[in-house]
Design a protein around this ligand. Structure first.
Ligand code: NAP
Ligand code: GLV
Length: 306
């Protein structure tokens, strides 16, 4: 069995070593133009030429959970596209979002500023009931985040395409319940995949439907959010602030207004990192399952786009 590795954002050698250790029977190489056909591919942001040449792949394994960039390419018609299914990302995402929610709800950012100025200033106590958190997307990551948030006794709501029942989470589904979900949300967390249906979903109209003084946390993809609409709503005072981990252009251009906006906290696409050991173990397990003719989790539905 041959595995081709194609990724130019991380040094390949540690991945090759781990893949070879997990699948000693496999021949694992870094792809280069003109290579012989491989059976499986492990990729992040490959060039179109990779798929044009490797048109016989049985399965393509994404080194991330989101596959929106891969779906812009022409994929081999007969190969499965398999995304990372948690692989250590869900706990990181839960840490990140809980931190952002609590930092905003408890005003730890304001207190940190006070302390920097030598001020001893206790903030008025806020009621949890006044800060319902709505999670867009209740998949592998969104469900973990929503469940983690319930531990803090904050009201938690979730929105997904199909109805999902999670203990302690008030579920909404589909377009018909979207506006009700927004109207009941004060802190909005985006954990949707980027698809034709979800692109630009966080815009002036939808964000205006949130409770007054709402807070936005985008950890999914930059193209879910219309940047100018967020800035306008922050500047008008309708929104209280935002924590953003993902951007339309990454790295975020130096002249982008998000860098300097006082109500925006930003991080460099770091909320849930790909963990090599967990990812290799998952991918190797799935390759062995596919070799046995078994089905695997995380196969992308090309019609739905996630
Ligand atoms: P997932 O398991 O596929 O879950 C996607 C969720 O979104 C599902 O609940 C799905 O509904 C819902 N959804 C999709 N389209 C919808 C629509 N049109 N209307 C309503 N709900 C819709 O994905 P995941 O593993 O949780 O990952 C989510 C995204 O997080 C990824 O696609 C990626 O972009 C992003 N991500 C970011 C980072 C980072 O570091 N910032 C790291 C990893 C992933 P159903 O349950 O009904 O299918
Ligand atoms: C990261 O953004 C991922 O999709 O895994």
């Amino acid at each position: 069995m041959k595995i081709s590795f194609c990724c130019n954002v991380t040094p390949p050698e540690p991945w090759l070593i781990d893949l070879r250790a997990a699948l000693p029977q496999a021949f694992v190489t870094v792809w280069s133009r003109g290579d012989a056909p491989a059976d499986y591919a492990v990729v992040w942001a490959p060039p179109q030429q990779f798929f044009d040449e490797q048109s016989q792949l049985k399965a393509v394994f994404s080194m991330g959970a989101g596959v929106d960039a891969l779906l812009k390419l022409r994929l081999p018609p007969a190969s499965l596209l398999v995304r990372l299914d948690d692989a250590g990302m869900a706990v990181q995402m839960a840490e990140y979002v809980c931190h952002a929610v609590i930092r905003h709800f408890r005003e730890f950012d304001v207190t940190a500023g006070d302390v920097q100025h030598g001020l001893w200033a206790q903030r008025p106590v806020r009621r949890r009931a006044d800060y319902p958190v709505g999670v867009l997307g209740l998949g592998v990551l969104g469900a973990r985040v929503a469940t983690a948030l319930t531990q803090f006794e904050i009201p938690v709501l979730g929105w997904s395409r199909s109805a999902r029942a999670l203990p302690g989470v008030r579920g909404y589904s589909g377009a018909a319940q979207f506006h009700d979900f927004l109207a009941a949300t004060r802190i909005l967390v985006c954990l949707l995949p980027l698809t034709d249906e979800t692109r630009d979903l966080l815009n002036r109209d939808t964000l205006s439907r949130l409770q007054p003084g709402a807070y936005v946390i985008n950890v999914a993809r930059g193209a879910h959010l219309v940047d100018e609409d967020l800035l306008a709503l922050l500047d008008s005072g309708q929104l209280a602030g935002a924590t953003l981990d993902v951007f339309r252009t990454e790295p975020l251009p130096a002249d982008h207004a998000f860098w300097r906006h006082p109500a925006i906290t930003l991080t460099p696409h770091t909320s849930a990192r790909t963990l090599r050991a967990d990812s290799v173990a998952q991918i190797a397990g799935k390759i062995l399952a596919l070799q046995r003719g078994a089905s695997v989790a995380g196969v992308v539905n090309l019609e739905q786009g996630y």
